[in-house]
Design a protein around this ligand. Sequence first.
Ligand SMILES: Cc1cc2nc3c(=O)[nH]c(=O)nc-3n(C[C@H](O)[C@H](O)[C@H](O)COP(=O)(O)OP(=O)(O)OC[C@H]3O[C@@H](n4cnc5c(N)ncnc54)[C@H](O)[C@@H]3O)c2cc1C
Length: 473
Amino acid sequence: MNNNVSASNWGCEELINESSWMNIPDKKGRKRLVIIGGGFGGLKLARSIKGENYQVVLIDKNNHHIFQPLLYQVSTAAIEPSTISFPFRNIFRGRQCFHIRTCEALKVDSKQNILHTSIGKVEYDFLVIATGADTNYFGNKNLAKNTMALKNTSEALFNRNQILESLELALASDNPEERERLLTFVVVGGGATGVELAGALAELKKYVLPKDYPDLNADLMKIIVISSSSRLLPGFKERSSREAADYLESRSVKLMFDTRVTDFENGVLKLQGGEIGTYNVFWAAGVRANSIEGFDQKVYGPGNRLMVDKFSRIPGTTNVFAIGDTAYFPTEKYPHGLPQVAQPAIQQANNIVYNLKQMEIGEALREFSYFDKGQMATIGKSHAVVEIGNFCFGGFLGWMLWLGLHLFYILGVKNRIVIFMDWFLSYLTYDNALRIIVLPLKKKRHTISIRKGDIPCPQKEETKETSQQTSNT
Ligand SMILES: Cc1cc2nc3c(=O)[nH]c(=O)nc-3n(C[C@H](O)[C@H](O)[C@H](O)COP(=O)(O)OP(=O)(O)OC[C@H]3O[C@@H](n4cnc5c(N)ncnc54)[C@H](O)[C@@H]3O)c2cc1C
């Protein structure tokens, strides 16, 4: 393993000796529970562990929880990033024996009970890996470099900038071919994220373009969804797929099925058997688990997910758990692992909380069993498809349910009403001040030695980079 590494996420060069210990107060006789990842699973766990028995250390490479289901609305400038991004230090303000460290978990040494991170190592009594999943480009570097992804707030803001810049450039262009590429928005992936994004783009075209860009013919904006499957929402019932397809087609969204994307470079999206001229491609076609290194090779299952036993424990360990998108938990109903959505992560977290109590009193552990609460996807501002058990409905009623549930899960905190009003009004009226292009300016600031004895490197020259180069982190 490297010794001195630099984790320069924030514009400064931090010299970190990974082999030194992380700066965490003494646990004073408590058990130390280290949670990697403050997403749906990690956050649920961290909020539910109460009492005097644990010192909790929450590690996340971001300093905030991201409510991923609404990232597409940030991308399309419908809501503010702050309405779906919650700083951990705010969520856990006042919690005793609770320590937050913004850093990247690198490797687990499960023999020594040590987690190595980008700011040093930390010992644990219990470790929960809740690192979620990232976009999967299936090894294609051009797709990774040139398409827009939708996994975190930085990416959503990058997308927002790119959409708005494309509209501005299209307006300025007198080259019809270039204008067409700028106004062609392709969503690769026909699952819930792809459908939601396409629906939001269709709304942008219908409600925003005529008002904000009166000099631009809104009909020139093309939205295309490409799916390798034979229908939209392949995980849903046929009826929902049809409803989503009908709705999007009624908004002039072009749907291409059984189509595979092979490459994207210089404004040309290559397909198996064709190509599309575009500068705007969203990649919503697959995920790969963010598993941490250090386990036996056979622990890494399909999609890089970590195999777990019935108690969500990593095989060969008794105190290391994996939950949510990063865990591989096949069941009879889900032989390829539980769906990579919020509920399995939340329910697995609840089961771990229960089992930690059982361990304290020396009682038997409870096996995890997933309760499927149903699934839903919104297709437009007042249209969603919902499936609960054998019930399947959509339209406005579906959308109201979608709205209510998302608000319930997104907030669950005291300022629910304030954020609800802010979000609801801006989403409904589309009359907000969010359609601003803010390009991140990256400057090299300082070289910082956070440990005594690290030798600072010479200061590098200041660099200015455009968002294109910097923001897809
Ligand atoms: C655009 C989009 C829309 C979605 N819509 C829905 C929906 O409508 N309904 C639904 O149920 N699900 C939806 N999902 C899926 C859902 O968001 C995930 O299934 C859920 O977030 C998984 O929770 P998790 O706790 O496993 O991981 P996550 O919520 O992804 O959290 C993982 C956390 O780990 C951190 N992390 C990762 N690696 C490291 C590391 N090495 N070191 C430190 N920290 C690390 C990340 O910063 C992150 O905070 C959507 C996902 C996306 C991307």
